[in-house]
Design a protein around this ligand. Structure first.
Ligand SMILES: C[S@@+](CC[C@H](N)C(=O)[O-])C[C@H]1O[C@@H](n2cnc3c(N)ncnc32)[C@H](O)[C@@H]1O
Length: 212
């Protein structure tokens, strides 16, 4: 997966992100609308410290900065150096001081517990080998009272979507991780989150948010 993103980093925002989103959203699904939903669920404010898990080229933290008028401390982590380099170009161009980009695995975060007031994860959850482990890691680094927001895929009920999933799994040789809303809700409750809310987006995309 890391190699795929290293290669596609230059065209990620224009091509890869919108097209990959539409696979499970349908032709009218827009990725920027999904990112807006992930961020609005966080209820961002200027004093926030955001962890953007699998930050990629930084689409998510850019939307967060828009919401908080450019005033926030941000750490973005990703496994792909190519994607992080794209994010770094933006940070450099805008001369942002308080955005820190780290090459790291979402399933093994090299970060101190209870550090972040907001944690976002967009676009990568269906591709994690062990999404429950990633969820535990995110839960560990969030402060009491902090919010989490994750874009995930529900299980499809329609035949066409089920066929497409099977095809993607077979051609990539990896499972696509799907979560029934009840399952992700109970995982978050077990980790000490409350106020779990799940929003339906296009197709089988969903956003889950909760407070620690
Ligand atoms: C579809 S992109 C999403 C990027 C960004 N969050 C967005 O919404 O545009 C997926 C990103 O997840 C990263 N990624 C995948 N698995 C990861 C892992 N275990 N730890 C850290 N990053 C990972 C990839 O390198 C890639 O940049």
């Amino acid at each position: 997966m890391r190699k795929e993103f290293d290669v596609l980093a230059g065209v990620y925002e224009r091509l890869r992100a919108p097209l990959a989103y539409k696979l499970f959203a349908g032709p009218f699904g827009k990725y920027d609308t999904a990112i807006k939903s992930v961020i609005s669920a966080l209820q961002g404010k200027r004093s926030d410290i955001l962890l953007d898990v699998t930050t990629g080229t930084g689409l998510v933290f850019k939307e967060f900065l828009r919401v908080v008028d450019g005033e926030a401390s941000i750490v973005g982590i990703d496994l792909s150096l190519g994607m992080l380099e794209q994010a770094k170009k933006y940070v450099k161009k805008k001369q942002m001081q308080d955005i820190h980009l780290i090459m790291a695995d979402a399933e093994n975060l090299p970060l101190l517990p209870m550090t972040f007031s907001k944690v976002a994860c967009s676009g990568a959850f269906p591709g994690f080998p062990n999404p429950e482990r990633a969820l535990k890691e995110m839960s560990k680094v969030i402060k009491p009272g902090g919010r989490i927001s994750i874009l995930f895929l529900d299980e499809p009920t329609g035949y066409l979507m089920q066929r497409m999933l099977k095809h993607i799994e077979e051609s990539h040789h990896v499972p696509v991780q799907l979560f029934r809303p009840d399952r992700i809700r109970s995982l978050l409750l077990d980790m000490g989150f409350r106020g779990v809310e799940i929003t339906k987006l296009s197709g089988i995309w969903r956003v889950v948010t909760a407070q620690k």
